[in-house]
Design a protein around this ligand. Structure first.
Ligand code: ADP
Ligand code: MG
Length: 267
């Protein structure tokens, strides 16, 4: 066995330029499932809407130093991080200022690498960092892709899903060429899958044909319990761990851990 270098987290950007496809839900519930099996996890909320922060029950006065201050004011990551109610799960919350941050970022040195530099100085306790991205391929998302080792793409099984995916893939390629040659695709997770809907089945088949093994076996079903949980400020996994949606996220976490083991064994 190789000697372990200083502990570095596996950093995954949860990306899709479409809104409402399950990015935030995936970050929260995958993060919770990983924490439940003993991993130490940080979620970085990069969406001005702050849904990941709200969904984990972080109220406004615990968001004074946010990912905005880390990106724009070079605040230290550790000063923005707060614990959630889930053991081993921390969050760097977002705040509304992020919505205008592109214009500020562009004036700063290395505007695409601000998050990467900030995360390099993280406390050495995390196994996983999951970055919840805004619904756009803007400079904030580019910061996430430049800071990450791999992207995890939630994909809703609907018409045009593949077109959105090819646009995303070309952005990933551009980031690889210019900022982050090591960036990989960790995997694609099909979300809000509806078995009764033929289109869901058909899109899932198409995506698997095009993306092959990159698509996780775990498929997240459309499930009302998943959509109820955020209004209680709790991950679905805590709100109702037995529901089909929570169980699917537990399977996804297992698959992710197995892929990570295979990757490090091959390295
Ligand atoms: P994004 O972060 O990509 O914008 P969200 O994770 O916020 O997407 O999901 C969009 C909406 O769909 C939210 O209201 C969320 O609660 C709901 N949702 C997400 N996943 C599911 C699911 N598997 N079943 C039912 N509702 C879901
Ligand atoms: Mg979101």
């Amino acid at each position: 066995m190789k000697a372990q270098a200083s502990r570095r987290p596996r950093t995954l950007a949860v990306v899709n330029q479409k809104g409402g496809v399950g990015k935030t839900t995936t970050a929260i519930n995958l993060g919770t499932a990983l924490a439940a099996v003993g991993r130490s996890v940080l979620i970085v909320d990069l969406d001005a809407q702050g849904n990941a922060s709200t969904g984990l029950g972080i109220d406004r006065d615990r968001r004074r130093t946010s990912s905005y201050h880390v990106l724009v004011d070079a605040a230290a990551a550790r000063d923005a991080i707060v614990p959630s109610d889930v053991p081993r799960l921390d969050i760097m919350p977002a705040s509304v200022e992020l919505s205008g941050s592109e214009l500020e970022l562009i004036e700063l040195p290395e505007p695409q690498l601000r998050l990467r530099h900030a995360l390099a100085a993280l406390p050495a306790k995390y196994d996983y960092v999951l970055i919840d991205c805004p619904p756009s391929l803007n400079l904030v998302t580019v910061n996430a892709m430049a800071a990450a080792e791999a992207v995890l793409v939630p994909l809703q099984c609907e018409f045009f899903a593949l077109e959105g995916l090819s646009q995303l893939m070309s952005t990933i390629d551009r980031v690889k060429r210019t900022l982050n040659p090591e960036l990989e695709i960790q995997g694609i997770v099909l979300t809000m899958f509806d078995r009764r809907n033929n289109l869901s089945e058909q899109v899932a088949e198409d995506v698997r044909r095009h993306m092959g093994a990159k698509v996780y076996d775990a498929v997240i079903p459309r499930n009302v319990r998943i959509s109820e949980a955020p209004s209680y400020g709790r991950p679905a996994l805590l709100y109702d761990y037995r529901c089909a949606g929570s169980q699917a996220y537990i399977r996804l976490a297992g698959e992710l851990i197995r892929r990570e083991r295979a990757r490090t064994a091959a390295a």
